[in-house]
Design a protein around this ligand. Structure first.
Ligand code: FAD
Length: 390
């Protein structure tokens, strides 16, 4: 190898540095949402020393419930206790921080001069934060009808998820709340827990709804008969709590609530517990503002890998995404998965930037060296070779 080439190699080996094409932001990642999904992402990124901030407006879907179930290792843990422990454990990762405030807007910024892009988030106080990536773990809200007594009992004897709350009320009298088309689905989910079941269809037992139900379950009437399920189509005026299961439990964890359903005709029926069929909606307007592709009002992540969304650099985890699962284990799984993919995506960008910086430095040094030594080295080397030959 000629001396000049040797010189170049030496210089360029010493000149590896991080490239300028990585945007200079306050954080690597902004996580919006402090439920199990956002917390899992924060944990994963913290363990890889990624500068990550998690914003939490304090509106958790399972806030009304007495305790969580079907979350192994945390069966029976109150959600607030679970989140507090997670925060405490994550706080030892110095690159993470938590801010208890709502994020009002997130804007993607294109820096064409530097050939980079990043995000700017603004919180409810108007403070701005920038990051390379965004993870939304913003959750869902349950759209509970305006029946007096219903919202107050939500998560406390009246529930939507049998895996979460059904076992604590096993063998009690069950009511099904919701429209006729949802009755069979609720029975199929719960018949191993209950034998005394009344479906309160609240005026929705109509010919049109019978057709809808028959399209899904052609033999729906026979199925309900087989499980001894009665249908009560009277209009519900209110639901009154008669006994609170918080104060009436047994040593196996059973909760004994009592509710009285008041109908508009003045009659009443008592039940211990209810499963419901009510819709949900996105808690946050951020998915809409970021123009994310949605599937049935969930952020589409199924068409992309690693909880990515339709917007480059934006990920969605937990209830708000289109995975089709809304429970704490799924929130933790998807949060963790996004944590891995975000880290690796950023590492790839850093790797590519380091390579292009190195190439850029090498080319610059070659030109500088050329200018400094001209072709004197080549002449010197030729003279040495000539002398050697003589
Ligand atoms: C009554 C009830 C009981 C349940 N019980 C169980 C159970 O026993 N077991 C189980 O597995 N599942 C249970 N679930 C389901 C469980 O609650 C959800 O699956 C889980 O909470 C989803 O977690 P997440 O992190 O996606 O959303 P969430 O826990 O709802 O968290 C959403 C987060 O986003 C934040 N946020 C939203 N918008 C913004 C914003 N703009 N800026 C800042 N922060 C924002 C909120 O403040 C919150 O921190 C229950 C649900 C309900 C309704």
């Amino acid at each position: 190898m000629a001396p000049k080439s040797l010189l170049y190699t030496l210089f360029s080996t010493l000149s590896v540095a991080l490239a300028a094409s990585i945007p200079q932001t306050d954080y690597d990642v902004i996580v919006v949402g402090g439920g199990p999904a956002g917390l899992s992402t924060l944990s994963s990124l913290g363990r890889m020393r990624r500068r990550t901030v998690m914003f939490d407006s304090g509106e958790y879907r399972n806030a009304p419930t007495r305790e969580m179930h079907d979350v192994i290792g945390n069966d029976g843990t109150p959600p607030a206790q679970f989140r507090a422990l997670a925060r405490q454990q994550i706080s030892k990762y110095n690159s993470t921080s938590v801010l208890d405030i709502k994020i009002d807007s997130i804007t993607p910024i294109e820096d064409t001069a530097a050939n980079t892009s990043y995000f700017r988030a603004i919180d409810a106080n108007g403070t701005q934060y920038t990051s390379r990536k965004v993870v939304l773990g913003t959750g869902l809200v349950d759209l509970i009808p305006d029946v007096p007594g219903l919202r107050e009992a939500w998560g406390k004897g009246i529930w939507w998820c049998p895996w979460c709350d059904g076992y604590e009320h096993r063998d009690e009298s069950l009511g099904i709340l919701g429209g006729l088309p949802d009755v069979v689905g609720s029975v199929l989910e719960t018949h191993t827990l209950y034998s005394d079941i009344i479906a309160f269809t609240n005026g929705t037992y109509t010919p049109a709804n019978e057709v809808t139900l028959a399209a899904k379950y052609p033999n729906w009437q026979k199925q309900l008969e087989a499980w001894d399920v009665r249908i009560d189509n009277r209009s519900i005026a209110s639901i009154e709590r008669v006994q609170n299961g918080d104060d009436h439990r047994d040593e196996t964890g059973r909760q004994f609530d009592i509710f009285r359903v008041h109908f508009t005709d003045g009659s009443t029926v008592e039940r211990n517990t209810f499963i419901t069929n009510y819709p949900t909606a996105q808690r946050s307007t951020l998915p809409d503002e970021l123009s994310l592709v949605m599937v049935d009002d969930k952020i589409d992540t199924t068409d992309y890998t690693g909880m990515r969304t339709s917007a480059p650099g934006v990920y969605a985890v937990g209830d708000c995404n289109s995975d089709g699962s809304t429970n704490v284990p799924h929130a933790m799984f998807s949060g963790k998965r996004a944590g891995v993919y975000v880290h690796v995506e950023m590492s790839r960008e850093e790797s590519n930037a380091a390579i292009s910086k190195r190439d850029f430095n090498r080319r610059t040094l070659e030109k500088q060296t050329e200018r400094m030594v001209g072709n004197e080295m080549e002449k010197l080397w030729k003279r040495v070779l000539d002398m050697h030959r003589e």
